[in-house]
Design a binder for this molecule. Structure first.
Ligand code: HEC
Ligand code: HEC
Length: 245
């Protein structure tokens, strides 16, 4: 009896060590120089040579391309998650149409829980985190009841479901991938217009892409090899994301 508890505890400890070092090992699978050339050939078009999300094709997508120099957000993504997004495309990852070891949890739909008016009040509340506009009592209450569990009471993306075991942002890797939006993060929030935010809350992340035909990150598994994908993950990690851990 006691022994099996010890074994289980040990197994748990080993598992958490493996989880912790996995991103580092994954990055070593890639080659930085190869990643750089893939990036400069394909990815720059949307994500920008500087990783600022302002490449020549960036205005053709909504949400706008992810800003790789946004350490606050990017350091919360694991290498495995980035690999899968690049290989299968973000929608396929969110729908888990392939086997994954990640704890993937897309933004859920609220169309059966909230009215359109309530959703608009929540969009205003989200923008208020940056503009400083005080939230209405109703919006605040809706947010605490429906959103805080993932997005955090302060809207920083650190709710209990986001990370039951790890410390709060900016420098933690969320246990759910992708990380829930941090409304206090200007680089992240500038990527969305109000119409997108409205439909996102109503339809969820998968629904907004499929039903409302918003564009998200495509799959590159047909044109890039597994090695090339790991290489570009490594390039993004080492070139754009400031070392904060
Ligand atoms: C046609 C434009 C376009 C190109 C080209 C492109 N991306 Fe993206 N990418 C996007 C958009 C848009 C998003 C934001 C998706 C979202 O937030 O739903 C994104 C997001 C990402 C993310 C973050 C996913 C997340 O959940 O935040 C990674 C990693 C990524 N892209 C890697 C790459 C790599 C590597 C390449 C080159 C092989 C590439 N992208 C090429 C448009 C593009
Ligand atoms: C079960 C957890 C969960 C709950 C509850 C939740 N969200 Fe999210 N939300 C997420 C995750 C995860 C993301 C990251 C985006 C993704 O799925 O790609 C996100 C992203 C967002 C975004 C940014 C858009 C984007 O594509 O990243 C907004 C805005 C948002 N949520 C609003 C809300 C609002 C408002 C509520 C409450 C009505 C809410 N969320 C409830 C998990 C949640």
């Amino acid at each position: 009896m006691k022994r099996s508890i010890v074994v289980l505890t040990l197994a748990g400890a080993v598992a958490s060590v493996v989880l912790f070092v996995a991103p580092i090992l994954a990055a070593e699978k890639g080659d930085f120089a190869q990643g750089e050339s893939v990036y400069k050939e394909i990815c720059f078009a949307c994500h920008g040579l500087k990783g600022d999300g302002k490449g020549p094709r960036s205005l053709g997508t909504m949400p706008r391309p992810q800003v790789f120099i946004n350490t606050n957000y990017m350091s919360r993504l694991t290498d495995q998650y980035m690999f899968e997004v690049i290989k299968y495309g973000k929608l396929a990852v969110l729908k888990r149409v392939h086997p994954t070891t990640q704890q993937i949890m897309p933004m859920p739909p609220f169309e059966h829980t909230l009215t359109d008016e309530q959703i608009r009040a929540l969009v205003t509340l989200e923008r208020g985190f940056l503009s400083g506009a005080p939230p209405s009592a109703e919006a605040q209450q809706l947010f605490q009841a429906n959103c805080a569990v993932c997005h955090g009471a302060e809207g920083r993306g650190n709710g209990v479901m986001a990370s039951p075991v790890q410390p709060a942002p900016p420098h933690f890797v969320s246990r759910i991938q992708p990380a829930p939006a941090d409304y206090t993060d200007p680089l992240f929030m500038a990527r969305f217009d109000d119409a997108f935010l409205f439909w996102l809350i109503k339809k969820g992340r998968v629904g907004v892409t499929e039903e409302k035909a918003y564009v998200t990150m495509n799959a590159y598994g047909q044109i890039l090899s597994v090695k090339e994908i790991w290489s570009v993950v490594r390039y993004i990690r080492e070139h754009f994301i400031k070392k904060t851990r």
